[in-house]
Design a protein around this ligand. Sequence first.
Ligand SMILES: [Zn+2]
Length: 497
Amino acid sequence: MAQAQKITPRAKDFSEWYNDVVMRAELADYSPVRGCMVIRPHGYRIWELMQDALDDMFKATGHQNAYFPLFIPMSFLAKEAEHVEGFAKEVALVTHTRLKATGKVGAQAVMPDPESALEEPLVVRPTSETIIYAMFAKWIQSYRDLPLLMNQWCNIVRWEFRTRLFLRTTEFLWQEGHTAHATEAEAEAEARQMLGVYREFQEDWMAMPVITGRKTDSEKFAGALRTYALEGLMQDNKALQAGTSHNLGQNFAKAFNVQYQTAAGGLEYVWNTSWGVSTRMIGGLVMTHSDDNGLVCPPKLAPVQVVIVPIWKSEEEKSQVLGVGGKVKDELAKVGIRVELDARDSLKPGAKYFEWEAKGVPLRLEIGPREVAAGQVMTARRTGGKAPAKLDGLGGVVRKSLDEVQATLLQTAKDRREAHSIRGVTKPQFLEFMKGTGGFAYGGFCGSPACEAEIKQQTGATVRVLPDPAFRSAEAPRTCMWCGKPSVAEAVWAQAY
Ligand SMILES: [Zn+2]
C-alpha cells in the first residue's frame, strides 16, 4: 500500500483538504480521461447506500424505475428552445461509428472512418427530458394514463473544463425522476413533494441540513417553469446545491406533443416535472462533516459502521482477543450493523486507528487482554469520546451510540450553518460578509436580474434560493438590500460551488 499522505488542514487550504480527504478515504481517484473520476469501492458503497434509501422513498411515493438510452438524437435537444440553449455548450457528440487504421503509429494509428459518419449526430445525454418525453408521447393517450411517475438511475455527461472530484465532473451518476400530470396543480404538488423527499433524505441520512426554496429565473433549469432547490452550507461557508426539482410546465409536452384525452373528450397537453440528485451529494457529505483527520461519515451511510481493532502482544493474547473480536463481529452483524474485524498482522493498532479514522468509520471497538479479562470493550467515536462497554448487551449500546452520532452530526452542522447566517442584511453588511467569512445572507430582493448580475460580479455571491416559509425571517424585508427598491421576496445569497 502507498505511504499514507498527510491531510492538509482545513484552515490552511480548504480545497486541498477536500481533495486529500477524498483520496485518503479512497472514495475516488482521478482517471486517465481528463475531467472524469473513478469512484472507488469505499465511495461507491456510500453511493449504493444513498441509492437504496432514496429508491425506497421514490417507490413509497409511487414511482417506478425504468431505463432510457444514453444517446439522444441531436435534433431532440433543439426542440425546446431554452433547453438547447442551456446545454449546447457542454454536450458530447457521437459523430462516427467506426475507426479506420491509418498505417501510422501511436495515437494516429486510427482515425474515424469518414464513411461511418452518422447522418444525425447523437448527443450523450446531459439530462434525459427530451428522450423520455418523446417516449411519454407514445405511452400517454388518455387521462387514465396519468399521472405517469418514473425514475431512472444512470450516468450523464456535461462537458466541464474545471472539475472537482464528486462536485463537478464531466461524467457523473445520478437519478432523474420524470413525471406527467393532468393539471398544473398536480405537477406543482409533485415537484414540491420530491423536494421534500430530498430534504428528508439529506437531513435524516446525510445529516446535512439544507434550506429549500425557489430559484430565480436566472438560476432555474433550462426549460423549466419553476426550479426548486436544496442548499447546504459547507465548512468553508460556501453553498452547495444538493438537488433540484422542476415544474416543467407544458414546455416539453408541447415540444414533444405529449397530449392526453380528457374525461370530457378534449385534448390537452400534460404537465411535467423532473427532479434529480447526484454523486455530488458525496462531496456535500465530505465537506459538511469531515475534519483534519479525514472523512467523517454519518453512520446511516457509512460503508463500515463499526471497526473492531484487537490489541495483542503475545500469540496467546492474539488468539484470545481475536476469539472475542470474532464473536463481537458476529453479534453485531446479526443485528444488522456493518462491521469489520481488523485482524491484520502487518499493522500496529495505532496505524489501524489512523487508517479507519481517515475512512470515516463512526465507531471503533478496541479489544485488548485487559478488556477480555473485564468482559468489555473500549468504544471510541470518530467524532470524539471514549467509554468502556460491557460485552453483554453490546449490540444495543453500539446501536444507541451510532444513533447519537448521527443526531449530533446533524445538530453540529445546523449550529454551524446558523452561526454563519445573517438575516435582514444591509448592503454594507453584505459586502463585508461576503468579503469576510461568507455564509448565508438573508435579505430583501427586488427580483431584478440586473441586481443579481451586479451582486455576482462584485461579490461572487448568487441567490441560492428564495426560501420556503420554514426558512424565511420572522419579518419580511421591505426593500432590496442592494438597490433599495421594493422587495418582492426574501432571498438567500452565498458564494457557491
Ligand atoms: Zn435590487
